[in-house]
Design a protein around this ligand. Structure first.
Ligand SMILES: [Zn+2]
Length: 557
């Protein structure tokens, strides 16, 4: 693993001879919309008037873009995009995982040696956050290797999206504090919050009160006919928000009178509400505007990199599904705000002096209540399955050998296996057999760690069978002893709403588009993935070709 870490990020010295602008590029912006599938960009095409329209009309769009790995979650999505490598190489295989000989689970951004920084100082009680679990180089190291004086900044709704999209060495990774409001960072990036971020921590309620969300979240009038295949505002299967399933979604607090400031409790409520509505995306762009001014992004001849991670599509999507009126509204608002943001970039940096990529970290499944070919994994049979598997193994080996189990896999208790003198591989094989025998409707397959390791030693086939997606997410230390794959069309969520995480095509589908002087306008049907984002930006800026990564430049024919 060490050798690999050294190789990654080594760059070809040969000058880039491909297309690039004769004008100096000052800023590359990567916009990552959590849970946005490729079909969602196309579906709203007639309705976009702002930033998404710019991508659709003047940019290069890759409607067939799909992830190539199975861990279709936020952390692997952002880590893979930023590092241009698959989870099998950077090791962030999921949002959290278990490790042999370790109690509990490991969160993808855990770092006990780091301290979260809020506007008022160190938040010692919060769990520390950094990109230390991301192996090899992330986007910041790749970028700065070529442009050492460049600034690399990420701002996002979630800690994992901001931190993992840029990785170690970034000048700043900032994320929304859903408990207190304002954006926070970590000592892994800065010794203290920059002044402009600390100020935002005080002023965000004032900004929100002047924002389109001052009176809550209402549906934006769509400037055109709604797509015919859109769900009605109230669709069976929706989980809702604050006990409601239809617009409007009211603020959870009332604004104080003139000259009075918001009390602590109302602040906390608004912070939590903002996180689960498109207000979060609006706040990310507000902070991005401050970053442009105060961190002087794009101010000199060194092309800076800014990643903006928008999480509302995911939080709203989980509750309402990708075809809901609510998710369409999230995207209509994002379209509008991105239009204003691009106008700002044109004014400040000059037209043609910046590039943008639009991408997503993963896709999502439709609500089964809307699509009759889909079904829900009922929690009762999932419980029965877990219980039976545990008791069968216990009966066979004379001890409870399961340390942890969830919908994605199972980890054995290695110490107990050792104490019993059991061969780990034999136990895994037997557990897989038992799981396969008991395989209820909702499971497609169960793979052992050894089977996946064996397969990972030969390079994955290019036709990409289900197992190849699993192999591309395989990590010797972090992959559990048994990996479960839910059957296609079966949703591992029984109470309503939807989710993602499987290797099936709906979870791997992602929006992908580029905008800027190097990109010829058009819809490009070639296969592509978010691994290609950073290599494509490298080529478009004229930084050369990235070696040791799986992504490739989409500028090349
Ligand atoms: Zn999600």
């Amino acid at each position: 693993m060490m050798l690999f870490a050294l190789l990654v990020g080594s760059l070809a010295r040969a000058p880039w001879a491909g297309p690039s602008s004769d004008k100096e590029l000052k800023l590359a912006v990567v916009l990552v919309v959590d849970q946005m599938r490729g079909d969602q960009l196309a579906r709203g095409r007639e309705l976009w008037r702002g930033g998404l329209r710019r991508f659709c009309e003047h940019g290069r769009v890759f409607p067939a873009a799909a992830l190539t790995w199975s861990g279709t979650q936020t952390a692997p999505g952002h880590a893979s995009l930023g590092s241009a490598r698959e989870p099998r190489h950077h090791g962030v295989i999921a949002n959290e995982w278990t490790e042999a000989g370790r109690e509990g689970s490991v969160y993808c951004c855990d770092d006990p040696s780091a301290v979260v920084l809020g506007p008022a100082g160190r938040l010692e009680k919060e769990a520390g956050r950094s990109a230390r679990l991301l192996r090899g180089s992330g986007a910041a190291q790749l970028w700065k290797h070529c442009v050492p004086q460049a600034k690399v900044i990420a701002i996002g709704g979630k800690d994992r999206s901001a931190i993992l999209s840029v990785g170690a060495g970034a000048d700043l990774a900032a994320w929304w504090d859903r408990e207190r409001g304002g954006f926070v960072s970590s000592t892994a990036f800065v010794p203290r919050l920059p002044q402009w971020m600390a100020e935002f921590g005080q002023t965000w309620p004032v900004a929100l009160r002047r924002s389109p969300f001052a009176q809550g979240w209402q549906a934006l009038p769509p400037g055109g006919v709604l797509p015919a295949d859109l769900s009605p505002d109230d669709q069976p299967g929706e989980l809702g928000l604050g006990g409601r399933r239809t617009f409007p979604y009211d603020l959870p607090a009332t604004w104080p009178g003139e000259g009075q400031s918001l009390d602590e409790r109302s602040r906390a409520r608004l912070a939590g509400w903002a996180f689960v509505t498109p207000a979060c995306d609006w706040l990310v762009l507000e902070l991005a505007r401050s970053a442009l001014d105060r961190a002087e992004l794009g101010a000199d001849e060194h092309c800076d990199l800014l990643v903006l991670a928008f999480s509302a599509c995911d939080s709203v999507g989980h509750s309402f599904g990708p075809s809901s009126r609510e998710v369409l509204d999230v995207l209509l608002r994002l379209d509008q705000e991105l239009g204003l943001w691009f106008d700002t970039l044109d004014r400040r940096l000059g037209e043609g002096r910046w590039l943008a990529a639009l991408a997503a970290d993963h896709g999502v499944m439709e609500l089964p209540e809307r699509d009759q070919t889909l079904s829900r994994w009922d929690s009762e049979s999932a419980k029965v399955f877990s219980k039976e598997l545990r008791s069968s193994l216990t009966a066979e080996f004379g001890a409870d050998l399961i340390a942890a189990q969830d919908v994605f896999g199972l980890r054995l208790d290695r110490q107990r296996c050792r104490e019993k003198g059991l061969d780990l591989e034999r136990v895994r094989v037997r557990a897989a057999e038992l799981a396969r025998q008991r395989l209820p409707r909702y499971l497609e397959s169960a793979w052992t760690w050894d089977e996946l390791r064996e397969r990972s030693r030969s390079s994955p086939s290019s036709d990409l069978a289900l197992a190849d997606f699993l192999v591309r997410s395989f990590d010797e230390e972090r992959t559990p002893d048994l990996v479960f794959v839910a059957a296609r069309g079966v949703l591992a969520k029984s109470i309503g709403g939807t989710t993602h995480g499987s290797p099936h095509e709906y979870d791997r589908s992602v929006a992908l588009a580029f905008l800027g002087p190097a990109f010829q306008a058009g819809w490009d049907s070639r296969p592509a993935s978010t691994l290609d984002v950073v290599p494509t930006l490298f080529a478009a800026v004229g930084l050369g070709r990235l070696e040791g990564v799986e992504g490739r430049s989409l500028l090349s024919p």
